[in-house]
Design a protein around this ligand. Sequence first.
Ligand SMILES: CC(C)=CCNc1ncnc2c1ncn2[C@@H]1O[C@H](COP(=O)(O)O)[C@@H](O)[C@H]1O
Length: 254
Amino acid sequence: MRRAGPLTYRGSSIPNTTTDQRLLDQRGPTDWVHTDPWRVLRIQSEFVEGFGLLSELPSAVSVFGSARIRPGNRYYDLGVEMGAKLAQAGYATITGGGPGIMEAANKGAQKAGGLSVGLGIELPFEQTLNDYIDMGMTFRYFFVRKTMFVKYSQAFVVLPGGFGTLDELFESSTLVQTNKVTRFPIVLVGTEFWGGLRDWIRDSLLENGLIKPHDMELVQVVDDTDEVVDIIRKSHLDIARQHQESEQHPGPEQ
Ligand SMILES: CC(C)=CCNc1ncnc2c1ncn2[C@@H]1O[C@H](COP(=O)(O)O)[C@@H](O)[C@H]1O
């Protein structure tokens, strides 16, 4: 029998070298850097770096939207306006750090004097963080990056976009629906763009009993960026009030 830390080996499973021998041995193949145990460490280091970068962030809102929309498009302007309004309301803006609406929201936030954050993702084609980011990090792993959006922002604002944006919208809706995150406003901006999706959710998902009626309220659809800020502010005031009440009238000890 051989014990190696928490591991136990018996019989033919006993390795013919020890962990220390393998660590100190410089010869041999280097394919271990492409193995899952090594990846686990890289994933862990991404969490450590991300938490380190973001843990002292003030209140923040994540803004999602298309990577493909260019300056001159009305939705780009909407992104700039959204970032600026969030900055004026005292929120940091977090985006995926890429081009398009992400860039627009970062630009609006930065130009209005707010804190502009970009959480980029390594992609198969060359890609750098946009030029309007005060604090940024590029992630290797999508799922680590997604944890950062949810952990360090207090609301999601979703502007027009494609698959990436829909992924972010539905992931956050699922987290709220399953109570993994609580009291977290999700606001879609652009009724013309999002109205069809909202109708489909009602007519197909709700109609067939695949979601509950109150799930329809998880996501709000508006046009006006001031209204977005009002929804987020109101939700945060409600949370603060409930917090205060529960401190004044604590329930029975669990
Ligand atoms: C030009 C191009 C496709 C660049 C891709 N570069 C990207 N850089 C950073 N985040 C991204 C990128 N593409 C997609 N995303 C993520 O997915 C969303 C946009 O995807 P889409 O364009 O809607 O589907 C963004 O909110 C962002 O978080």
